[in-house]
Write a protein that binds this ligand. Sequence first.
Ligand SMILES: Nc1nc2c(ncn2[C@@H]2O[C@H](COP(=O)(O)OP(=O)(O)OP(=O)(O)O)[C@@H](O)[C@H]2O)c(=O)[nH]1
Ligand SMILES: C[S@@+](CC[C@H](N)C(=O)[O-])C[C@H]1O[C@@H](n2cnc3c(N)ncnc32)[C@H](O)[C@@H]1O
Ligand code: SF4
Ligand code: SF4
Length: 364
Amino acid sequence: MNLTAENAEPSLDKTFSSADSGTHDRSLIDTRKRPLRDLRISVTDRCNFRCVYCMPKTVFGRDYPFLSRNDLLSFEEIERIARVFVAQGVEKIRLTGGEPLLRRGLEKLIEQLARLPVEITLTTNGALLAKKAQTLKEAGLHRITVSLDALDDVIFKRMNDVDFAVSDVLHGIEAAAAAGLPIKINCVVKRGTNDSQILPLARHFRHSDHVLRFIEYMDVGNSNGWRMAEVLPSTEVIALIQAEFPLEAIDARYAGEVAARWRYLDGAGEIGVISSVTQAFCSSCTRARLSTEGKLYTCLFAQQGHDVRSLLRGDKNDDDLSRAIAGVWRARSDNYSEMRSEIRTEKTGEIAKIQKIEMSYIGG
Ligand SMILES: Nc1nc2c(ncn2[C@@H]2O[C@H](COP(=O)(O)OP(=O)(O)OP(=O)(O)O)[C@@H](O)[C@H]2O)c(=O)[nH]1
Ligand SMILES: C[S@@+](CC[C@H](N)C(=O)[O-])C[C@H]1O[C@@H](n2cnc3c(N)ncnc32)[C@H](O)[C@@H]1O
Ligand code: SF4
Ligand code: SF4
C-alpha cells in the first residue's frame, strides 16, 4: 500500500475523463487482478453499543461526532448506487453500520434492494433483533450475521460496554431462526478480555445450525488502542476447540471467503475463523465499502474515500456513476493487512499513527 498516494484527496470526477469503456462491465478487475463482487453499505454511524474494539466510550465519551440526517445517503440514493454496483458485478450486498437496526425504516430499504439479483445480508449486534427479525425476513433479507463476544454477562459488558444483556442478543438470534433466516455468529476475540468465552460459545452453538466465527481483533480506526499483544491468533482458537471437539478443515464455500471453515467430526456443525491479522487475505479481497455519508472505500483501512454522494446529488447519470466506480476499482491496489507488519513500529510493536476511517462509519 502506498500511504503517500492514499493520503492524496481522490477525485472521482477525474475518472469520467479516463478512456474507460466499461459502463456495465461485469468483470471489473483491480491492479492485483481482484474482481469486484461484494458491496458493504453502512446505513448509520450510530450505535447502541460501545464495543471496546470498535467505538470505545473511554476515548471520546458518549459524544461521538455523529453525522446529521442530511449527510446520510437516502434509501433512494442507496438503491440507485447499489443497482449500479450490481451491474458492475456485485453479487452480495451487506448492510452494516454502526448498528443498522437503528436506521429508521430499514425494512423499506431491504425491500428495495431485494428486487436486485443479489444476495442481501446484514450484520447486527442483535440487541433489537428480537423485535425486528420477522419484518426483516418479510422484507426480503436472505440471511443475517449477529455479533456476540461472550455468553457471560460480565465479560459481555467488558467487551461491549452496554446495558443490554447476553439474553437480549440470544433472544434476537432465536427470533431470527424462527423467522427462517440462516444465521452466522461473529465473535471478536481480544486476548485477556474474552478468550475465556471461546469454548462456552463453541459448546453453545454446536448442533444449532448457526455458524460461529471467531475474528482476530484488528487495528481498525484510531480509537481502539489496538496492540498486537491482544490479538489471539486463530491457530490458537482452533487448537483450543480441537482439544475438546475434534475438527477438520473444509473447503471455502466461495472464492474469496474471509473465514476459514472447520467442521466438527461428530457432525455437530461448522465453525469459522477470520485471521485478518495473522493470515491476511488481501490477495482475494473483492469487497467495496460505502460509508454512511456516501464515500466509497476500497479497503477497511483506507485513509480516504471517494465522494459518491456528490455524484448522486449532482447531475451525473447512471453511466457516469458506473464509469466512476470502474475507475476507482481498476486503480485499486490496497493490501493493508499484508503490509501491517511493515508499518508496525519496531520499538513498540504498535501501528504507526496513520489516519484511518473508524469501523462504525465504514461498517465491518
Ligand atoms: N481485514 C479485513 N477484514 C475483513 C474483511 N471483510 C471482513 N473482515 C472481517 O471479518 C468480519 C466478518 O465479516 P462479515 O461481515 O461477517 O462478512 P463475510 O465473512 O464476508 O460474510 P459471509 O458472506 O457470511 O461470508 C468483519 O467484521 C471484519 O472483522 C476485509 O475485507 N478485510
Ligand atoms: C462495525 S460492526 C457493524 C454491525 C453491528 N453493529 C455489529 O456489531 O454487528 C461489524 C462487525 O465488525 C466487527 N468489528 C468491529 N471492530 C472490530 C475490530 N477491531 N476487529 C475485528 N472486528 C471488528 C464487529 O465485531 C462486527 O462483527
Ligand atoms: S462493533 Fe457494532 S455494535 Fe460494537 S460498537 Fe461497533 S458498530 Fe456498535
Ligand atoms: S486489509 Fe483491505 S485489501 Fe486487505 S482484505 Fe482487508 S479490506 Fe481487503
